[in-house]
Design a protein around this ligand. Sequence first.
Ligand code: BTN
Length: 255
Amino acid sequence: MKFHIIRFAGVPSTMDVCRTMALQGAPEGTTIIADEQSTGRGHDGHKWYSPIGTAVYLSVLLRPSGLTSRDAHAQLTLLGALAICDVVENIAGSCDCHHRAQIKWPNDVMINGLKLAGSLAECSWSGAQIDYAILGIGLNVSTDFSHAPDSLNGRATSLTNAFNIPLGVPYVTDCLLAAVEARYAELYSSDNNFAHDYASLLETVGKKVVISQKGTTVTGVATGVTSTGRLVVATPKSVVEVSYGELSDASPPKL
Ligand code: BTN
């Protein structure tokens, strides 16, 4: 995939700019990067705190040929979370630090129990075929949370907080794009490591979970994850696979 990067000082959300470009026929790899967002968004209608110049906010347009399953959406979310973890692992390796990122199902990337980053996939379908997908990633590099909403208090972190080393947004952006490119190439390989890597990074397995879905909740113990990112939950009555929903109880409420 070749990235066509378009930078903005500020946008409401890189997702919306990217979607507009997708609808205008922009090619795969079109990447919208902004210094700040006024209405950055996360999963389940949550806001994404997006102050200026201290984090990566980007959306990449993908046109994944041949992805027909509705699990494609989960797979792309998972791809984003894995790419973020790859960046953390590289940085940890380069400074000989021992922090490791973990994933709170499905898309929250955590360090030391605090949220560092998140990925968001939005897909557009033509029948059973994906027309285009947008992979959005927000990754805190040196974010100052002192003016953040109270809901983030004590729950979020940044790379510089976690590693205690100075890191620039441009450097982290380059690392992240390289990781997205490598993971996206893996999507097409029959022996991709997604499922294995995702399972090994998932902190949710073994925990009691409550997953809120539209109008229902699933309560039980998370026992594993399928190759397409569905969470396997043992409820008092049966074992179910959950493909979406907002997780609570396993760790502090979602940001
Ligand atoms: C989540 O953890 O809920 C996902 C957060 C995704 C945030 C990124 S920032 C860049 C892109 N633009 C948005 O409005 N959201 C995503």
